[in-house]
Design a binder for this molecule. Structure first.
Ligand SMILES: [Zn+2]
Ligand SMILES: [Zn+2]
Ligand SMILES: [Zn+2]
Ligand SMILES: [Zn+2]
Ligand SMILES: [Zn+2]
Length: 366
C-alpha cells in the first residue's frame, strides 16, 4: 500500500486480526478510540566532500609516467566532475602545467660515489698470516725450539714435555728445528698459518663495493637525476549523517521487515523535503540539508512509515499496531507496558515469597 491507510481501513484490519486471535469484540464498537498515529522516520544523507591542495615533488630518476597525468593552472579553481555516486572515494593527482622537469643529482657522479669503506681501492687490507688455532701461535708450536728453529730446552731429555711415547704420538716433525715428533700437527712448528681469507696476498675484495670501487647513490637510486614537479591533488570522500526515530524497540523487526516505507530521495541542494512532513520531523532533518562548503554531490534518503496504535476494549492488556505493508496493512500486537510491569511485579513478589519461606524453614530447622 503506497499511501497512508484511512482510520477505517486500519480499524477493519485490526478487527480481522483480533478475531483471528479469538477476541470477539469489534475494536470500532463502544468504548473504542480512533487510531493514534505516529510516523517512524529513517533519514540518511551522504555527501561527497572535496579537499584539494598542491605540493612540490622530487623523485629519483626519470618519471615518464608523470607527463601523462592531467595538468592544471590553478588548483583552487580547477574543475573536476563530481562522482556519480557520493558514496565513492576518489583521488586525482594532477601536474601544474609547466612545472615538470629533471635536475641532475648534486651529490653523486652519474648515480655512484667512491666507495667509502675501501676508500675507492676496491680491496681492504688483510693480515697475510694468522695464529695457528691449535697451538695458539705460542711456544707449544714445538717442544724443542718453540717455533724459533733453535733448541731452547735446557732440561734433560727424560723430563722434557712430551717425553712419553703417548705424548709424542700426535706430534710431527718440526719444519724449524727438524726434530721428529715434537711439533704442533697443524702448523708444524711455524706458529702461524697462511691467512685463508686473502691466501697470503695481504688484501681481500671490499664487500661494500664488491671490488668495483664505487657504490650506488641511494638518494637518487643510482640514476644521477631527479624528476621535479608541482603536484595538485583533489580528493572526494563521502561524509555521512543520519537521524532516526524508529519507535518501540520490540516493533522494529516487524516494521523494518514488512513495512512499506515511503521513500524520498534528494540529490540536489535545491531539492525540497516533502510537504506532508510535520514540523518536528522537518526540524530534525532540515539542518542536515544545509549545503556544506566543498560539497560536490549528495544523496539524502528520507524513509517514513506511518504507524497506528489501536486499543481494543475487549482486550485491554494488549496494544495493537497497524502499518502499511507491501501487501496491504500489517497488524501486530504486544502486551501493554502496564501489563508487562504487572507481571514483572508478580515475578518479583514470587521470588520474595520463596526467599521468606526458605528463611522460615531454615529458622525452624535450627
Ligand atoms: Zn645521486
Ligand atoms: Zn722446532
Ligand atoms: Zn700450531
Ligand atoms: Zn688475510
Ligand atoms: Zn669498496
Amino acid at each position: 500500500m503506497d499511501r497512508r491507510p484511512s482510520d477505517a481501513e486500519i480499524l477493519e484490519a485490526v478487527e480481522a486480526y483480533a478475531r483471528r486471535r479469538g477476541v470477539p469484540d469489534r475494536p470500532a464498537g463502544p468504548g473504542a478510540e480512533a487510531p493514534a498515529w505516529q510516523v517512524l522516520l529513517d533519514f540518511r544523507i551522504v555527501r561527497s566532500v572535496e579537499t584539494r591542495g598542491e605540493r612540490p615533488m622530487r623523485e629519483p630518476g626519470s618519471r615518464d609516467d608523470i607527463a601523462s597525468r592531467p595538468t592544471y593552472t590553478d588548483i583552487g579553481s580547477h574543475r573536476v566532475p563530481p562522482p556519480d555516486d557520493p558514496e565513492l572515494s576518489r583521488s586525482r593527482l594532477l601536474v601544474r602545467g609547466g612545472s615538470l622537469g629533471e635536475e641532475r643529482c648534486a651529490d653523486c657522479d652519474g648515480g655512484t660515489n667512491k666507495c667509502g669503506t675501501c676508500g675507492g681501492r676496491g680491496v681492504r687490507d688483510c693480515p697475510r698470516f694468522v695464529d695457528c688455532p691449535v697451538c695458539e701461535g705460542g711456544p707449544d708450536a714445538c717442544w724443542e725450539c718453540e717455533g724459533t728453529g733453535r733448541s731452547r730446552s735446557r732440561r734433560p731429555p727424560h723430563l722434557r714435555a712430551g717425553a712419553s711415547p703417548a705424548d709424542r704420538a700426535a706430534r710431527v716433525r718440526c719444519t724449524r728445528c727438524r726434530i721428529d715428533d715434537v711439533a704442533c700437527p697443524k702448523c708444524r712448528g711455524r706458529r702461524q698459518l697462511d691467512c685463508p681469507d686473502c691466501k697470503k696476498s695481504g688484501h681481500v675484495e671490499c664487500t661494500a663495493c664488491s671490488g668495483t670501487k664505487r657504490v650506488t647513490h641511494q638518494e637518487c637510486r643510482g640514476t644521477g637525476r631527479f624528476t621535479v614537479w608541482t603536484e595538485g591533488w583533489i580528493h572526494q570522500n563521502p561524509h555521512r549523517a543520519k537521524e532516526r526515530r524508529l519507535g518501540r524497540l520490540d516493533l522494529r523487526r516487524a516494521t523494518g521487515n514488512t513495512g512499506h516505507w515511503y521513500e524520498t530521495i534528494l540529490r540536489k541542494t535545491t531539492d525540497k523535503l516533502p510537504d506532508d512532513l510535520d514540523g518536528s520531523d522537518e526540524a530534525l532533518v532540515a539542518p542536515h540539508l544545509t549545503p556544506r562548503k566543498d560539497e560536490v554531490a549528495r544523496r539524502a534518503t528520507l524513509r517514513r512509515l506511518p504507524l497506528a496504535h489501536v486499543r481494543v476494549p475487549a482486550d485491554p492488556h494488549r496494544d495493537y499496531f497497524a502499518f502499511p505493508s507491501h501487501t496491504g496493512i500489517e497488524v501486530t500486537s504486544r502486551p501493554t507496558t502496564e501489563r508487562v510491569r504487572h507481571f514483572a511485579a508478580i515475578a518479583t513478589a514470587s521470588v520474595a515469597l520463596v526467599v521468606i519461606v526458605v528463611l522460615l524453614a531454615m529458622a525452624l530447622l535450627r
